[in-house]
Ligand binder design. Structure first.
Ligand code: AMP
Length: 567
């Protein structure tokens, strides 16, 4: 029998399934409750004042119940949908509980970067209007300087024992012990509700706030775990060294439980020896950190090997590297240890994962071509789009050489900054694309694309060296210099030049015990670059100053060498 269909667009029959953090919490308890969360936390100090490590171990079942106790405590304290609850803490199990409990009551997890200057932290707390602050015991010394300037904070909860009671401050364990996990009830949460927020460190002007939604965070979890991205599952044991106070530790505190991956945390212990031992003892299979962390680990692995007491790291298959460019030499150095460095790029505004670099099918990871691909920042992961444009907003050719501004859009990319019209306006670009006119986010990075869409970061726009109107990539020079056997770290900055406006100066830290001269470094670079790219001078220093997130603090170097006279 034929039927006449009404002439209306057909509706999907699919359920409306909200993508929310509570779903992840329920899932990890149902399917992966016996997997572990291990935390190396400080427990007192030794005679030299160094923190003594203590291993805390529990399962996701334990995490689930304690998270619900914390969630109830928050509700009982009057925390409601949309309220901001701040954390000022390193990586450990209690911070993980906060990562879930705060979004699960509909509130917004606001992770404060513990390495920022006090004035910046005060600005951020006031801008976000945080109501409760959860703080590590080892960081509590900041409270007397902070609290008088932060009137929005009603309650302070200290995570970890304090040597003696502090008036007006609650102990985390005492606080949550008052609540029965079985009595917790989730509020109604929409997937578009805010679940977390983070401020960019902002080298110029005030820090800018980025607010993540439940939906963007859940999709980001899926995107990061994919085999074509960072690839992890319930069989893995993941050590995120990236801090939980910066870009949500690249989302791992949510994505690992989502995938059932066991978590290992290192709290304040980020030196090479502590990390190597933790990775060995806890059979870590995947880790993530910035290049400076991996440089420290490499020194430790090489020294232990030379001493005939190598670490047993056969479980450790991959280490994600991002936050700043990973030199090809660094990527190569880990291969003899059976550890694959996986290069990824992203930023606070992109949750952060934007691109990851795996060589195309048919190219070996450990071949020369493979290393060249792996030193690039890579291809956009699914649900992310990138493009590179010139000063007229036209796409530059995808030839691997033409540099331009890197734009991005996607399911977990911010469209605006929190209560910041000017910042928002400056970051948005409206452009025509295959899917019509769309808003793109201007990253402030300068990049190239090759014909397969592999992206290479050439510089931050403000760090480019502009010599006689031509652009010189400081990142490429740094990466090449760090390939010299005597160089531990190298940063290239622009210094003023009467004829060329700017010329590159290389600031170099030598490896312990190694010697090298400027002439030798110049000879090392010569075959790799056009003559006008070569640094005019080399300065040797003991250490390169780092930003709050472990990147080279070029602003401080520029200040240090601002009167530098090129001969
Ligand atoms: P943040 O928001 O503090 O994480 O900083 C984001 C910025 O770090 C990006 O805009 C890049 O300039 C830089 N960055 C992140 N990952 C990489 C990478 N793999 N290579 C080069 N630069 C990177």
């Amino acid at each position: 029998m034929s039927q006449t269909l009404p002439n209306v667009p057909i509706q999907s029959t699919m359920m409306d399934f909200p993508l929310t953090i509570p779903y992840i919490l329920e899932r990890v308890n149902t399917y992966f409750g016996t997997n572990e969360v291990v935390s190396m936390i400080p427990a007192g100090r030794d005679a030299q004042g160094r923190p003594i490590p203590h291993i805390h171990r529990y399962t996701y079942h334990d995490m689930y119940r304690r998270t619900k106790q914390l969630a109830q405590a928050l509700q009982d304290a009057g925390i409601q949908k949309g309220d901001r609850v701040a954390t000022f803490a390193t990586n450990h199990f209690r911070h993980l509980e906060a990562y879930f409990a705060i979004p699960c009551v509909g509130a917004v997890l606001h992770t404060l970067n513990i390495r920022l200057h006090l004035e910046q932290i005060i600005y951020i707390v006031n801008h976000a209007q945080d109501r409760i602050l959860l703080i590590d015991n080892v960081l509590a010394a900041v409270l007397p300087a902070l609290l008088p300037h932060c009137p929005s904070i009603e309650k302070v909860i200290v995570m970890g024992p304090l040597p003696s009671a502090v008036p007006g401050v609650l102990d985390y364990e005492n606080w949550i012990s008052l609540y029965n996990p079985d009595e917790f009830r989730y509020p109604q949460i929409d997937e578009k509700d805010a679940c977390g927020m983070c401020y960019t460190s902002g080298t110029t002007g005030n820090p800018k706030g980025v607010v993540y939604s439940h939906r963007s965070s859940v999709l980001h979890c899926m995107g990061t775990a994919l085999p074509s991205a960072l690839a992890f599952s319930s069989a893995d044991r993941l050590l995120p060294i990236v801090p939980m106070f910066h870009v949500m530790a690249w989302g791992f505190p949510w994505s690992a439980p989502f995938m059932g991956t066991s978590l290992v945390f290192a709290s304040v212990f980020s030196d090479g020896p502590s990390l190597a031992k933790l990775m060995q003892d806890e059979k870590v299979t995947i880790s993530a950190g910035v290049p400076t962390i991996w440089m420290g680990l490499l020194v430790e692995l090489e020294q232990a090997k030379a001493a005939g007491t190598p670490y047993a790291l056969e479980h450790l298959k991959s280490m994600v590297v991002g936050g700043s460019a990973a030199p090809e030499s660094l990527i190569r150095s880990f291969d003899p240890f059976g550890i694959r460095l996986l290069h990824a790029w992203g930023m606070t505004e992109t949750s952060p994962l934007g691109t990851a670099s795996r060589p195309p099918v048919g190219v070996d990871f450990e071949s020369d071509a493979g290393y060249q691909y792996r030193a690039k920042q890579g291809q956009a992961v699914p649900l992310i789009d990138i493009r590179v444009i010139d000063e007229h907003n036209h796409d530059v050719p995808s030839d691997g050489h033409s540099m331009g501004r890197l734009l991005i859009r996607g399911a977990w990319v911010t469209e605006s900054y929190y209560l910041d019209e000017e910042g928002t306006r400056k970051s948005q670009v409206e452009l025509e694309g295959p899917l019509g006119k769309q808003i793109w986010f201007d990253t402030g990075d300068i990049a190239t694309l090759d014909h397969q869409g592999y992206m290479t970061i050439e510089d931050r726009a403000k760090d480019l060296v502009k010599s006689g109107g031509e652009w010189i990539s400081s990142v490429e020079l740094e990466n090449a210099l760090m390939g010299h056997p005597a160089v531990l770290q190298a940063a290239v900055i622009a210094v003023c030049h009467p004829k060329w406006d700017e010329r590159p100066l290389a600031v170099v830290v030598k490896k312990p015990g190694a010697e090298v001269t400027p002439d030798e470094l110049r000879a090392f670079l010569e075959p790799k670059f056009a003559k006008f790219w070569l640094p005019d001078a080399y300065e040797f220093i003991d250490a390169i100053p780092l930003t709050s997130t472990g990147k080279f603090l070029k602003r401080a170097l520029r200040e240090q060498f601002k009167d530098y006279v090129l001969l």
